[in-house]
Design a binder for this molecule. Structure first.
Ligand code: LLP
Length: 457
């Protein structure tokens, strides 16, 4: 029997889960089949059906702890890691990150509500967004949640809000530091041409405007340069730039004591990805801020960072069942699964690559086939993998896709009226549902047929 080297044979980095393709508890059972969190994936699908999102609690907690530990080790001032909930928002995720001492970043009333329901203390929540509605601002202000001002429009409305309530409001401002980094252009946000934040060249003006307001108190600055970044230099530069901004703001009477560097640390989706460890990332940022503070005689501000993907991505897997095969001689063999672009829109949106295996033969023993794995949606581009090598498989077999914890569920849709999968949490051989599977009938909940149409039929 030929055994091909599989990514599943690689040593697992227990300290920095973003460097693994698989959840840290992944193992192969005595039956040769895939286990995660001590649970047989095959048994879980028998009980909970497919497609299925699964999150591994141990990987989530390890990732959170790696950030906490590194911040405590390298940063002499106060620090607060904040989970970017856009990566995967649920009451469970809010509760888990909060239990690990994290704050939470939200960008809509929905994410804010989820965070509060999950028990995140309001003083640890920050509210982002380049087009916050009045209703959302009102919700945030009433719940004492700190708002990150993104543009003049935000600023004007917050000034009006604070004046009408005759109440001081602590704010942070987001700016674009003009740092280029190598990632997909859709997830690059720190360059000058970005819809987010104030241009750095405008900050002096902004400081003057804020200091003239009656109730707005500038507490902090924020910048996020992009996502799925493997280089450390952009974050080193960011630390220095941000401390300089704090220094500039002093001339206008502000005393900024919070510095939020955003998120962005990349993860390993495929074997060719080589992201830094969480420890290295935090160390780079901390050292650059500490150096710049010392050089410029600035007190250490509270250091905040907002990881999303590197907390949740490698903790998550998606399980699909194989249905139809279509062989096009001399071209390729399509294998279709029971989900696709509605539960994972990243391949069609960003041409993202993932790693996958058969649940019954994870090590691809006797691997000899190349398949193109297609989703079930009415869209030719609904392809999850082009030409992936898998062992022999047939209708009914299960496929596990790794690294799907971030930006899959949170960007999912009901295209073709396909219900969203359930999410299970696995830990120590136990599985719990943290998000129920949608049913087709759930998708009708908000449809209304006006009376006159009912009468017509
Ligand atoms: N903070 C801010 C202000 C952000 O805009 C983001 C991500 C984060 C933190 C978290 O970044 P992370 O640590 O996850 O890289 N949908 C895309 C990713 C969009 C990221 C948007 N902002 C994807 O699927 O790759």
């Amino acid at each position: 029997m030929e055994e091909k080297q599989s990514f599943l044979n690689q040593k697992i980095d227990l300290e920095s889960p973003n460097r693994n393709i698989v959840p840290i508890t992944t193992s192969i059972g005595r039956d040769g089949k895939l286990f995660v969190g001590g649970c047989s994936i095959e048994e879980l699908v028998k009980k909970y059906d497919s497609p299925l999102y699964i999150l591994d609690e141990m990987t989530l907690r390890k990732s959170c702890r790696a950030y906490k530990k590194a911040l405590e080790k390298y940063y002499p001032g106060k620090s607060l890691p904040i989970y970017a909930s856009k990566a995967n928002s649920s009451i469970f995720m809010s509760n888990l990150v909060s239990s690990e001492g994290f704050g939470l970043d939200a960008v809509s009333e929905g994410e804010l509500l989820t965070a509060l329901k999950g028990g995140v203390p309001n003083e640890k929540i920050v509210f982002h967004g380049n087009n916050k509605s009045d209703k959302e601002i009102d919700f945030a202000v009433r719940n004492n949640i700190k708002i990150i001002v993104d543009n003049d429009h935000d600023l004007k409305r917050l000034e009006e809000f604070s004046n009408s309530l005759n109440q001081d409001l602590e704010i942070m401002i987001r700016f674009t530091p003009g740092i280029e980094c190598h990632t997909h252009e859709y997830i690059r946000t720190g360059s000058f041409d970005s819809k987010f934040g104030f241009g750095i060249e405008y900050l002096n003006n902004l400081f003057a405007i804020i200091s003239k307001t009656k109730h707005l108190k500038l507490k902090g600055i924020h910048a996020h340069i992009g996502s799925q970044i493997f280089e450390l230099d952009p974050h080193k530069d960011l630390g220095e730039i941000m401390v300089k901004v704090i220094l500039d703001s002093k001339k206008y009477g502000h005393s900024i004591n919070e510095l939020n560097v955003g998120g962005g640390l990349g993860i390993k989706y495929t074997e060719s990805d080589d992201p830094p460890t969480i420890d290295e990332w935090v160390k780079t940022i901390s050292f650059s801020i500490v150096d710049a503070c010392k050089k410029n005689k600035v007190d250490f501000p509270t250091l905040m960072c907002e990881p999303g993907r590197s907390i949740v991505s490698s903790a998550g897997i998606t399980i699909y069942k194989i249905g139809a095969f279509k062989q096009i001689p001399g071209i390729r063999t399509y294998l279709s699964v029971d989900g696709g672009m509605s539960d994972n829109p990243r391949p069609i949106t960003y041409q993202s690559n993932y790693s996958a295996c058969l649940v019954s033969n994870p090590l691809n023993i006797n691997s000899k086939n190349k398949y193109t794995i297609a989703g079930k949606h009415c869209e030719s581009g609904d392809v999850l993998f082009k030409e992936i090598e898998l062992a022999d498989c047939e209708t009914g077999d299960l496929i596990c896709v790794f690294g799907t914890g971030a930006y899959n569920n949170s960007m999912s849709s009901n295209y073709n009226r396909i219900p969203r999968p359930a999410t299970l949490l696995v830990n120590n051989g136990e599985a719990e549902i943290i998000q129920k599977r949608e049913r087709p009938s759930d998708l009708l909940k908000y449809d209304i047929l006006p009376d006159r149409f009912i009468k017509q039929n």
